[in-house]
Design a protein around this ligand. Structure first.
Ligand code: PGA
Length: 236
């Protein structure tokens, strides 16, 4: 693991965007894996800046997001579809048809998970996957468990994740209870992984994930077994 300590959130965001930008310059038709959450927002702002000011060209890139709430229309401002367009896709020159998120309104969740997994494989796999980390060590919506989930799955969110997400809702009851998420196996197939971790409140879980035992109770710890991971931390 390549661990980079940034002096603050802005530096973390700039470094992460430069790594993603470098990937797009090296391979203009890169398949990029994107994540939601508050941590990557600065990275997306910097990518938009690189596009506007330096002409970073996304016209041939293809993207797959980690996850999407289930039973949540894309018009819902809390949908990840909305989040990604709001923070990134509406501000860069990516083609609409090159953007992929699981369909949170699919009638058959299982079939949608299989379709998503197949689409990623048919695109040649993810070249660079951006990840945040939850306070419980989750990546995507892969929550602490007694086993690692392999493929894209319909996942029931834990109370801890529902609580964390409830900050975006008026009532806790409105927070979606399930989601479609890439599995740990899907994430581990990415050729390169870039994890961003920000805030003193993430210090304990960052230490467990990066330096502790590899266990499905800390899903992100599996990244220790991946060959090409960069983690950028701003946790002081
Ligand atoms: P956060 O979310 O960046 O909003 O803390 C990270 C995650 O849950 O993956």
């Amino acid at each position: 693991m390549n661990v980079i300590y940034a002096k603050n959130y802005q530096e973390l965001s700039e470094k992460a965007a430069l790594l993603i930008g470098g990937q797009v310059i090296r391979k203009p038709d890169s398949v990029l894996g994107f994540a939601t959450g508050s941590t990557p927002i600065g990275t997306y702002q910097e990518l938009v800046r690189l596009h506007r000011e330096s002409g970073l060209d996304f016209s041939r890139t293809v993207t797959f997001n980690l996850d999407e709430y289930f039973d949540c229309p894309i018009s819902d401002t809390n949908s990840y579809h909305y989040f990604m367009h709001d923070h990134l896709f509406n501000h860069i020159n990516i083609k609409k048809e090159s953007v992929h998120l699981p369909d949170g309104m699919a009638k058959d969740a299982q079939a949608e998970c299989e379709r998503y997994e197949k689409m990623i494989a048919e695109a040649g796999g993810v070249d660079l996957q951006l990840l945040g980390i939850g306070h419980n060590g989750h990546i995507g919506f892969n929550e602490p468990d007694d086993h690692f989930v392999l493929n894209t799955q319909h996942i029931t969110l834990t109370d801890s994740t529902i609580n964390a997400n409830s900050r975006f809702y008026k009532n806790r009851e409105d927070v979606p209870k399930t989601a479609l998420s890439m599995g740990i196996g899907t994430i581990m197939k990415a050729k390169q992984i870039l994890m961003v971790i920000s805030g003193t409140d993430k210090k304990v879980i960052a230490e467990k994930a990066l330096f502790g035992p590899v266990t499905p109770q800390v899903p992100a710890s599996i990244l220790q077994f991946h060959q090409n991971v960069t983690v950028i931390l701003a946790i002081d």
